[in-house]
Unconditional design. Structure first.
Lengths: 298, 638
C-alpha cells in the first residue's frame, strides 16, 4: 500500500513538473501566425455592430485590413498602427477601450463583487455564534382574514390600478421608433478612410470607399470627391457620369463643372472647352482657375 | 377584422390578468376559495393564446391591414418562416412572451387547494403578467390598423429566414427566461406566506431546473445557429444579446447548486439568486430590446425602453422590500470543512456571480460611458477572455472536485481525486509539450480531463441516490465537453481569406478549395450568388456551394456558408464577395476542430437538467399524500 502511494506521489510530481514546463512553453509567445489579423482583432469595425475588423466582411473592414497590411509592410509596429487608427478615428476604433475613466469599472466592479460575495460566503460557512431565536410556530405573518388583511387587499387593488394607468399614460408618451443614427457614422469613417487612401495615391480603392459612403449618405460633396477619385484612377467616363449627377442637382456647381470638363478632355475632347469655360465664368476665383485657363489656352 | 379581434383579446387578457391579481390576493390574504382566481389565470392564458393565434392567422393570410403583418410579413416568405415571423420583431415576440408567461402561471395555479405560498406566488406572477399585457396593449399593439393597406410587406429580417433554428431557438429561450419567474415569485412570496413559506426552495427547485434546462438548450441552439448563419465561423461573440441570455443562466446555475439539500443554511443565497435570475431576465430584455446597446442581434428595436426600465426598477424595489427583511436564518451546521459540499457550493456561487458581474459590466459599460463622454465605446471579446474565461476554467476545476464531496473522511476524498488529478496533469503535460495553445486553453484541457475522469470513477463507484449523481455527472460532463470544444476550436482553428479566380485554389491546413464557377440567379425576389467549389481534404473531394443572398426589400446581404461537419473538425467555407464579371470570388475557408463537442456538450447539460427534474419529480410523488406538517423538517434542533 505504502509503495503504491509513493508511486502515485512520484508520478504526480513528475507530471506536475512536465505540465508546468508545458504551461511555461505555452506562455512564451510564438510568432503570430498572421500579423494583420492580430492587429485587426484589436480594432472595431466602425460600420458593423460589435464585430472586429478581423471578423467583419464589410468593405470598410476589408480596406482597414489592407491599410494594416500596407503599414506592416512599411515596417511599422502594431502599436504604431493602433496609434495611427486612434489618431484618425478616436478611441472608439479600439475593440478594447483604454483603461481610464469609466473603463476602470470593468475591473473594479467584478473585483468588488468577488470580494463582497466572497465575504458573504465566508460568513455563511463560518457563522459567528448567535443565540438561536426559537420562534413559536404560530408567528404566521398575518392570519387569513381579519380587518388588516382586507385593508391590505384594498391598498393592493388601488396600487395595481395606479400601476396599470401609469403604463397606459406612459405608453401614450412614447414615440414610435425613429431610425436613429448607427454607432459611429459609417459614412464619415468611409470618407475619412477614402481620404487616407487618396493620400497614398490608391485612387481606385478610394473611389470604392466613396461609393460605400454614398450608399449610406447620398450627398453631393461625397459624390464630387468620388468623381475626383475616379478621374485620378483613370476612369474618366465614370467620373463624368458622377459629375453629371451632381450637375443635375446643382447646375452651376463649380467642382462639378471642373471634373466634368477634365473628364471630357479624355472622353469627348470636343465638348471639354465649353464645360471648362463655363467653370471659369461660374467660379472666376477658384484655385484651379489658372491651371484651367492654361489648359484652354494651349 | 383579425386586427379588431386581436386587439380585443389583448384587452381581455389585461382584464383577466388584473382580476387574477386581485382574486389571488383574496386567496392569499383572506383565505378565499381559489376557483375564481384559477379561472382568471386560465382566462389570461386563453387570451394570450388567442392573441398569438390571431396574429399567426393574419400573417398566414397576408392581412397587411394589421401593422405587424405590414412590417414583418411578405408574400414571398415561405410558410415556415411566416409562422416564425411572429417572434421576428418586438411586438409579436411580446405575444409569445405573454403566452409562455401565462402558461407558467396556469401550471403553478393548477392545484385545487394551493397553500398560501403558492397563492402569494401567483399574485406576483399575475402582477408580472398584468404589466406585460399592459405593455402589449398600450405601447406595442401589433394589431393596429394600417392605412392605406399595403399590397405586400418586406418579410422578416433575412437573417431570420435562413435557418430552421428560428422556429426553436427563440421559443426555447423565452421559455427559459420566463420559467425564472416562478422561483422569483416564490422567493418574494416566502416571507409573506409565513409557515408555508419556509419550504419555498423545495417548491422552487423543480421550476428552476425546468427553466434552466430550457435556457441551456436555447443558448446552445442559438450558438449553433449563429455558427451556421452569421458566416464568420464563430458561435459566441460576447454580443450584448448573447450576454443577456448568459446572465440569468449563470445565476440560475448558482441557484441550482445553493438550493441543493433544501438549501436551509443558505436562505439568503437562494433568495438573492432566485430573484437575481429573473431580474437579469428583465434587465436583459430592457438592454437588448430598447436599442440601448448596439448588437448584431438587435432585430427588434422599439420605444419600450423607458417602460421596460420602469419594470426592472419596480421588480428590484419589490424584491428588496419583500426579501430584504432580516429573517432569522435556519441555523447552519456550524463551521463547514474546506473539502465539503457546503464549501464547494458556495465557492461555486461566488465564482458564478463574479462571472455574471463581469459579463454584466461588460455589457452595460457602453451605456454608462456614452452619456459621460459622448463616444460610443464597446467592450470586445478580449476583455472577457482575460476575465470570464479564467474564472470559467476555475469553475470547471471545481466541478472536478465533486466526486470527493460525497465521502465523509478526508483521506478517502483525497484518494478519489488522485486518479483524475494525474490524468489532468498528464493531459496538460502532453498537450503543452506537443503544441503551444496558450495557458488558458491548456488549463481548460487539463481541467476537462480532470472532470471527465472524476465523473467516470464517480458514477462507477457510487450507489447512493444514483439518479441525482447521474444528473450532475451528465451536466458536468457536458460542461467539460463544451470547454474542450471552445478551447480546441479557439487554439487550433485555422482560416484564410483570399480572392481567387475561377480555377484557382485556396488552401488551409490540409484542406483545399478550388473555385469552379460563379453564377447568379433570382430566387423569390432575392438575388442569389452561388460559388460552386471543389473541397478536398482527408483524401476525398466533394462539391461545396456557399452563397450570398441579397434581399432588396430590406437592402441586406446574407452569407450562406457551406459547412461540412465531422467528428474531429468542421470545414467552413464562406463566400464573401464576387467580382462583377463572375471571374473571381473572395472566399474564406476555415477549419474548426472540435466544434461539434460544443453542441454535444450543450445537449448533455440540458439532458442533465432534465434528468435532475425527473429525479426530483419522482422522489417527490410518494410524499405528496403526507400532511404538510410531516414534511416540515426539524429546522430547529430539539
Amino acid at each position: 500500500m505504502n509503495g503504491r502511494r509513493r508511486l502515485v506521489t512520484l508520478t504526480a510530481a513528475v507530471l506536475l513538473a512536465l505540465s508546468v514546463a508545458g504551461l511555461a512553453r505555452s506562455v512564451a509567445p510564438g510568432p503570430p501566425s498572421d500579423p494583420t489579423q492580430a492587429v485587426a482583432t484589436e480594432l472595431r469595425c466602425p460600420a458593423c455592430q460589435g464585430e472586429s475588423v478581423a471578423d467583419s466582411s464589410s468593405p470598410i473592414a476589408v480596406s482597414m485590413r489592407q491599410v494594416i497590411t500596407d503599414q506592416l509592410a512599411e515596417g511599422r509596429s502594431p502599436a504604431e498602427i493602433r496609434r495611427w487608427f486612434v489618431q484618425r478615428y478616436g478611441d472608439e476604433v479600439l475593440a478594447q477601450p483604454p483603461l481610464r475613466g469609466t473603463a476602470l469599472l470593468l475591473w473594479v466592479v467584478p473585483a468588488v463583487v468577488l470580494l463582497g460575495v466572497g465575504a458573504a460566503a465566508l460568513r455563511t460557512l463560518r457563522p459567528r455564534h448567535r443565540p438561536v431565536q426559537r420562534r413559536p410556530s404560530t408567528t404566521d405573518a398575518a392570519p387569513p382574514g381579519g380587518r388588516s388583511a382586507r385593508r391590505a387587499w384594498w391598498w393592493a387593488a388601488g396600487g395595481l390600478v395606479a400601476l396599470v394607468s401609469t403604463v397606459a399614460v406612459a405608453a401614450g408618451q412614447l414615440a414610435r421608433p425613429v431610425a436613429d443614427a448607427p454607432a459611429a457614422d459609417p459614412a464619415v469613417v468611409a470618407v475619412q478612410l477614402a481620404h487616407d487612401l487618396e493620400g497614398q495615391q490608391r485612387y481606385a480603392a478610394a473611389a470604392e470607399m466613396y461609393r460605400e459612403a454614398l450608399r449610406d449618405r447620398p450627398d453631393d460633396a461625397i459624390r464630387l470627391r468620388l468623381a475626383f477619385a475616379l478621374l485620378r484612377a483613370g476612369d474618366a467616363a465614370a467620373a463624368e457620369r458622377t459629375a453629371r449627377e451632381v450637375l443635375d442637382h446643382v447646375p452651376d456647381s463649380p467642382d462639378g463643372l471642373l471634373v466634368a470638363g477634365l473628364a471630357q478632355r479624355l472622353t469627348r475632347p470636343e465638348e471639354a472647352p465649353a464645360t471648362l469655360r463655363r467653370f471659369l465664368s461660374v467660379a472666376p476665383g477658384h484655385p484651379a482657375g489658372p491651371e484651367v485657363s492654361r489648359l484652354l489656352g494651349s | 377584422m383579425l386586427g379588431d379581434l386581436g386587439a380585443a383579446s389583448l384587452t381581455a387578457g389585461l382584464v383577466s390578468a388584473v382580476l387574477a391579481v386581485l382574486l389571488w390576493l383574496r386567496v392569499a390574504l383572506l383565505g378565499a376559495a381559489s376557483r375564481p382566481a384559477r379561472l382568471a389565470s386560465a382566462g389570461a392564458l386563453l387570451a394570450a393564446a388567442a392573441a398569438c393565434g390571431l396574429l399567426e392567422a393574419a400573417l398566414l393570410a397576408h392581412d397587411f391591414s394589421v401593422r405587424f403583418v405590414a412590417e414583418n410579413g411578405g408574400r414571398h416568405v415561405p410558410v415556415y418562416y411566416t409562422i416564425t415571423s411572429l417572434w421576428s420583431a418586438m411586438d409579436g415576440s411580446l405575444l409569445l412572451w405573454l403566452l409562455i408567461l401565462c402558461g407558467f402561471g396556469a401550471l403553478l395555479a393548477r392545484r385545487r387547494a394551493p397553500d398560501r405560498l403558492r397563492a402569494y406566488a401567483m399574485v406576483v406572477v399575475s402582477v408580472v403578467t398584468t404589466l406585460f399585457f399592459a405593455l402589449s396593449a398600450f405601447a406595442a399593439d401589433p394589431f393596429q390598423a394600417v392605412h392605406p393597406v399595403p399590397l405586400d410587406g418586406p418579410g422578416p429580417n433575412p437573417l431570420l429566414q435562413q435557418h430552421p433554428a428560428m422556429g426553436v431557438h427563440p421559443p426555447l429561450l423565452y421559455a427559459g427566461y420566463l420559467g425564472m419567474v416562478v422561483p422569483f415569485a416564490l422567493a418574494l412570496a416566502a416571507p409573506l406566506a409565513g409557515r408555508a413559506g419556509r419550504d419555498w426552495v423545495r417548491v422552487a427547485r423543480p421550476w428552476a431546473l425546468a427553466a434552466w434546462a430550457t435556457l441551456t438548450a436555447g443558448v446552445a441552439v442559438g450558438a449553433w445557429w449563429s455558427y451556421a448563419v452569421l458566416g464568420w465561423g464563430g458561435y459566441w461573440a460576447w454580443d450584448p444579446v448573447e450576454n443577456a441570455s448568459l446572465l440569468p443562466w449563470l445565476t440560475a446555475t448558482a441557484f441550482l447548486h445553493t438550493s441543493l439539500d433544501g438549501g436551509r443554511s443558505r436562505e439568503r443565497w437562494n433568495t438573492t439568486l432566485a430573484c437575481g435570475s429573473f431580474l437579469l431576465v428583465l434587465l436583459g430584455t430592457f438592454l437588448t430590446r430598447s436599442g440601448a446597446v448596439a448588437s448584431v442581434h438587435a432585430f427588434t428595436e422599439s420605444p419600450l425602453g423607458p417602460l421596460l426600465l420602469g419594470f426592472v426598477l419596480l421588480a428590484v424595489l419589490a424584491a428588496t422590500v419583500l426579501t430584504g427583511r432580516n429573517r432569522p436564518a435556519a441555523p447552519g451546521a456550524g463551521r463547514a470543512p474546506l473539502l465539503s459540499r457546503r464549501t464547494a457550493v458556495l465557492v461555486n456561487a461566488v465564482l458564478l456571480v463574479t462571472v455574471a458581474a463581469v459579463v454584466l459590466i461588460g455589457t452595460v459599460l457602453p451605456l454608462l460611458t456614452e452619456p459621460l463622454t459622448g463616444a460610443r465605446s464597446s467592450v470586445g471579446p478580449g476583455y472577457y477572455q482575460r476575465t470570464a474565461v479564467p474564472l470559467a476554467v476555475v469553475l470547471l476545476l471545481l466541478a472536478g472536485v465533486t466526486p470527493a464531496l460525497w465521502v465523509r473522511d478526508r483521506a478517502t476524498a483525497l484518494r478519489r481525486l488522485a486518479l483524475p488529478g494525474i490524468v489532468g496533469l498528464a493531459t496538460v503535460a502532453a498537450i503543452g509539450l506537443l503544441s503551444r495553445p496558450g495557458p488558458a486553453v491548456l488549463t481548460a484541457f487539463g481541467a476537462a480531463a480532470f472532470v471527465l475522469t472524476g465523473l467516470l470513477t464517480e458514477v462507477t463507484a457510487r450507489r447512493r441516490r444514483p439518479g441525482r449523481a447521474w444528473a450532475a455527472a451528465l451536466a458536468h460532463a457536458g460542461l467539460a465537453l463544451v470547454a474542450v470544444g471552445v478551447a480546441g476550436s479557439a487554439a487550433y482553428g485555422q482560416a484564410d481569406e483570399r480572392t481567387v479566380r475561377v480555377g484557382e485554389t485556396l488552401r488551409v491546413a490540409d484542406v483545399s478549395v478550388r473555385l469552379v464557377s460563379v453564377h447568379r440567379s433570382l430566387d423569390e425576389g432575392r438575388m442569389v450568388v452561388r460559388a460552386t467549389t471543389e473541397l478536398s481534404g482527408n483524401g476525398t473531394t466533394r462539391t461545396a456551394t456557399p452563397a450570398l443572398r441579397y434581399d432588396p426589400a430590406r437592402d441586406t446581404a446574407v452569407t450562406v456558408p457551406a459547412i461540412s461537419s465531422g467528428p474531429r473538425r468542421d470545414t467552413y467555407l464562406t463566400l464573401i464577395a464576387v467580382a462583377e464579371d463572375g471571374g473571381s470570388a473572395t472566399l474564406r475557408l476555415a477549419v474548426n476542430p472540435l466544434v461539434g463537442l460544443i453542441w454535444l456538450g450543450g445537449a448533455l447539460i440540458t439532458v442533465g437538467g432534465l434528468t435532475a427534474l425527473a429525479v426530483t419529480a419522482r422522489s417527490r410523488r410518494p410524499r405528496r399524500s403526507e400532511p404538510a406538517d410531516r414534511r416540515e423538517p426539524a429546522g430547529v434542533p430539539a
